[in-house]
Design a protein around this ligand. Structure first.
Ligand SMILES: *[C@@H]1O[C@H](CO)[C@@H](O)[C@H](O)[C@H]1NC(C)=O
Ligand SMILES: *[C@@H]1O[C@H](CO)[C@@H](O)[C@H](O)[C@H]1NC(C)=O
Ligand SMILES: *[C@@H]1O[C@H](CO)[C@@H](O)[C@H](O)[C@H]1NC(C)=O
Length: 274
């Protein structure tokens, strides 16, 4: 009697466990399906992403900035959007001249953004309103349509005047024009040509640094255990030559581990990472 009762109790518990696991699995499936659909829909809808990222910056009319953004490429051939098309957008959300805090980068994106996220010392283009709103996004228009598309758009190198590339070229130029005081650039010492002529930094930003505002350019050449280029690298001599007269040039080789350690140390003041 007692034994039978215990076995019944055991079976009941086992059933309970099985039903419980099944319910949990069902809930997980439904949740992940819902989330998946939600995320997928968000990917195809650039406007809500644009507005929600924009709202993180206070004191801006994000709808007005969205309108200025859209007019650059909507109803246009996506290979015929010139950089000037974004002039009204830049005017709607101009870059502030943050003296001694502006940081440029080329082939060091991950290290740089890890650093700027952890330490409030420098501002990169991707930390500004326009840069952060459009970072990682793809968009284009189509002739005869007032819609924004996020798929089937030309890639970075498919045609020169595509909406994404023209935006980043225009924004980079405006960001560099605003550069003021001591300007910093992180370049990659693990490649043969840290200052590569085809990079946005070399082809656009350096040309826009203006000695009336920018006083110094400090190159931080990020190195790891395989140093390929040091501060005597020929491409850096080119960089020095290209600077607007009056901007003082300086170069320092800094191990990546030192930058990462400093970024993670909340006690380290801004000026002491290199
Ligand atoms: C430098 O470039 C190499 C090769 O592309 C890359 O593996 C490395 O992560 C880069 N270094 C930094 C600091 O980003
Ligand atoms: C710097 O600005 C001045 C005045 O705004 C301008 O005349 C000059 O052409 C600019 N230089 C560069 C290199 O852009
Ligand atoms: C810098 O690199 C050059 C060329 O690779 C090398 O000859 C030179 O010794 C290096 N200088 C220093 C200080 O490491």
């Amino acid at each position: 009697m007692e034994v039978e009762h215990r076995q019944k109790e055991k079976r009941r518990r086992r059933r309970c466990v099985i039903v419980g696991v099944a319910v949990v699995l069902l809930v997980i499936t439904v949740l992940s399906l819902g989330l998946g659909l939600g995320l997928r829909r968000e990917k195809h809808q650039i406007k809500p992403v644009f507005l929600s990222r924009c709202e993180k910056f206070s004191g801006n009319n994000c709808q007005k900035i969205w309108d200025a953004f859209q007019q650059a490429y909507v109803n246009q051939d996506p290979c015929k959007v010139p950089v000037e098309a974004y002039d009204p957008l830049i005017a709607a959300a101009p870059f502030k001249s943050e003296c001694n805090r502006m940081l440029f980068w080329s082939k060091t994106k991950d290290v740089v953004h890890d650093f700027t996220e952890k330490k409030d010392c420098f501002i990169t283009l991707e930390d500004t309103l326009l840069g952060s709103v459009l970072d990682g996004l793809t968009w284009c228009g189509k002739e005869g349509s007032s819609d924004t598309f996020t798929t089937g758009c030309p890639g970075w190198t498919d045609c020169e005047n595509n909406p994404v590339r023209s935006f980043w070229n225009r924004a980079s130029a405006a960001f560099a024009e605003a550069a003021c005081g001591a300007v910093t650039v992180m370049l990659n010492g693990s490649i043969a040509t840290p200052f590569h002529p085809a990079s946005i930094f070399a082809s656009i930003e350096v040309k826009k640094l203006n000695a009336t505002r920018a006083k110094n350019l400090n190159v931080v050449l990020v190195t790891d255990e395989h140093i390929v280029a040091n501060c005597t690298n020929p491409s850096l001599k080119d960089l020095k030559k290209e600077l607007d007269k009056g901007i003082k040039y300086n170069c320092e080789e800094v191990p990546q581990s030192q930058i990462e350690a400093c970024a993670s140390n909340p006690m380290a003041p801004c000026g002491t990472c290199w």
